[in-house]
Design a protein around this ligand. Structure first.
Ligand code: PHE
Length: 358
């Protein structure tokens, strides 16, 4: 049987050397467990002579107490050390700058649509919508563009495969079908804008197959060309934030308006930089006119009692001009660097106050 003092010394050394709580537990089991060295030594006492047994028993009990005490002390020390290292590792440095949360930006198209809606809201317009997938009637026929009309070819229409009932649907080539839907759905007077997507089978530096327009329609008893001019002047001056912005109304042709015009805004170029405002140049920005009597009749309105004007404007075009975006195609490339550069922070959203304050 191992000598109690030798056993004690070995175990105390192992306790002192235990580097963590798990190792210490192993030492405890090896000494005091059911098959531990001290436990085994205690069991061996029975085989000794009574006088030897007393002395050895005392020595073993003392060793056991010493070992148990040493284990408790070491356990407390290791526990403290573990807590200290956790506290050190999980320490929060409250003086570090806050981590920035990545925030998205508003696409320039959405921004410009919102600006236009805010401006028209100030003028008493409401927003109307129509489907992107249209039929021939709303996109063409009702707009005074009959079957064989050359304007149909001009529009480079995307047609969908014919449906079971033989009808061929198409992607609307302009927002003007919303004029038709509005006049057919509700009685006049009307004062609406229709912002939305439009589609033409066309793709080059200045055309994308999908683009955006904002349509306008005003129908009342005595609405005339003067109202059209005033409305578009207010629109352009507010939108481009140039109070004396000159506008030029050029005679033009659209099947659904008569007379028709194209509207240009003044600009100048100095050192290759385009500036919106009074100058030697002109930029075309929208098409407009007095609603053709045939269109009114097609929508069930009597042209002797109702008249008005309509206009259609390309959103990409005015966004490019206002915000100096040089290339149309970049609008739809979803390049994050472009979006971060040209996008708008949410707080830049226009409010009604923004429109009125001008
Ligand atoms: N719909 C025409 C286009 O897309 C624009 C327009 C709208 C012209 C309303 C006159 C009146 O070119």
């Amino acid at each position: 049987m191992a000598d109690a003092d030798t056993l004690k010394a070995e175990i105390l050394k192992a306790v002192a050397e235990a580097g963590d709580l798990d190792a210490l537990e192993q030492v405890r089991i090896a000494a005091l467990g059911r098959k531990g060295s001290l436990t085994e030594a205690m069991k061996g006492l029975g085989g000794l002579a009574p006088d030897e047994r007393r002395a050895a028993g005392q020595a073993l009990n003392a060793a056991k107490d010493a070992v148990a005490g040493a284990i408790e002390a070491r356990k407390a020390a290791l526990g403290r050390a573990r807590l200290d290292s956790r506290l050190a590792a999980e320490r929060v440095d409250v003086t570090l700058p806050a981590r920035l949360r990545p925030a998205g930006t508003i696409h320039p198209i959405s921004q410009v649509m919102d600006e236009l809606q805010a401006i028209f809201a100030d003028m008493g317009f409401t927003v109307a919508e129509g489907p992107d997938i249209e039929d021939d009637f709303h996109n063409f026929t009702a707009l005074n563009i009959p079957e064989a009309h050359p304007a149909r070819q001009m529009h480079d229409t995307f047609y969908l495969p014919p449906a079971a009932d033989g009808r061929t649907m198409l992607l609307r080539t302009h927002t003007s079908p919303v004029q038709i839907r509005t006049m057919m759905a509700t009685p006049p007077p009307h004062r609406i804008i229709a912002p939305g997507r439009t589609y033409r089978c066309d793709s080059d530096i200045t055309h994308t197959p999908m683009f955006h327009q904002v349509e306008g329609l005003v129908i009342d008893r005595a609405t005339h060309m003067g109202h059209l001019k005033g409305c578009l002047e207010d629109l352009c001056r507010t939108f481009f934030e140039v109070d004396d912005l000159p506008l030029r109304f050029r005679p033009s042709y659209f099947p659904f308006t008569e007379p028709s015009c194209e509207v240009d805004i003044g600009c100048s170029r100095a050192d290759g930089e385009l500036k919106i405002g009074a100058g030697e140049g002109w930029l075309e920005i929208l098409g407009a006119g007095m609603v053709h009597p045939n269109v009114l009749v097609n929508c069930g309105l009597d042209p002797d009692h109702w008249q008005g004007f309509a206009f259609g404007m390309g959103v990409e075009r005015v966004a490019m001009l206002k915000y100096g975006i040089p290339d149309l195609r970049t609008f739809f490339e979803s390049d994050l660097r472009w979006l971060r550069h040209y996008g708008f922070a949410c707080l830049d959203q226009p409010s009604l106050a923004y429109g009125l304050a001008r």
